[in-house]
Design a protein. Structure first.
Length: 202
């Protein structure tokens, strides 16, 4: 039969290959760690240092600023300068009208909403400010649900339906966490009705 020599050759070739020793192990693929912008790292460190004495965000307020406090008292209590960006450079904001006080550098992404002569809401985009249990920007929906359980209310964001707002009441104070892909992108604490303004003072 003509196939026998062919089969024999194939078998001998396989035996020869198996006698060549063990194959070299494949080196693992190492993914380099992502590098962070040194300027961003430096700015976050500066912000952390500026807010180091603030402690955690509570239902009463943050970093010496209590909900209901006058804007003058808030400006005096907060460790970093607060500015109100009015349409006119030298314009003084009407304390009864809704306006915001923004923390200046090195603090970024932190503002106090003032209405009726008092601080009614605090907004956080910075990851530095957090609750006592560590919740804040970057926390997951699972972590928030584990902390607050059935006390959470869930509503779609007014302007961005793909964003979910998780709300929690603690007495008269409400916490609202804006969730993007199940991760907190920003959050706020405050009193009604200001806490539920979808566009701050807009």
């Amino acid at each position: 039969m003509k196939q026998a020599p062919l089969l024999l050759c194939a078998l001998l070739a396989m035996m020869a290959a198996s006698c060549g020793g063990e194959s070299e192990p494949t080196a693992p693929i190492v993914t380099p760690a992502p590098t962070r912008d040194p300027a961003l790292v430096e700015s976050e460190a500066a912000e952390g240092e500026a807010l180091a004495s603030c402690g955690a965000v509570t239902a009463e307020g943050y970093c010496g600023v209590r909900l209901g406090m006058t804007p003058e008292a808030a400006t005096a209590a907060f460790p970093v300068k607060l500015e109100s960006y009015e349409s006119l450079p030298d314009a003084e904001p009407d304390p009864a009208r809704c306006h915001e006080l923004f923390a200046v550098e090195p603090v970024t992404g932190l503002s106090f909403l003032v209405e009726g002569g008092g601080v009614r809401r605090i907004d956080f985009i910075t990851p530095t400010a957090r609750l006592a249990d560590g919740l804040g920007v970057g926390s997951t929906a699972a972590e928030i649900r584990a902390r607050f359980g059935t006390a959470i209310t869930e509503t779609p964001n007014v302007f961005e339906p793909e964003i979910t707002d998780l709300g929690v009441m603690q007495g008269e104070t409400k916490f609202v966490f804006e969730m993007e892909n199940d991760v907190v992108r920003s959050w706020r604490v405050g009193l009604a009705p200001a806490i539920d303004y979808p566009a701050h003072c807009g």
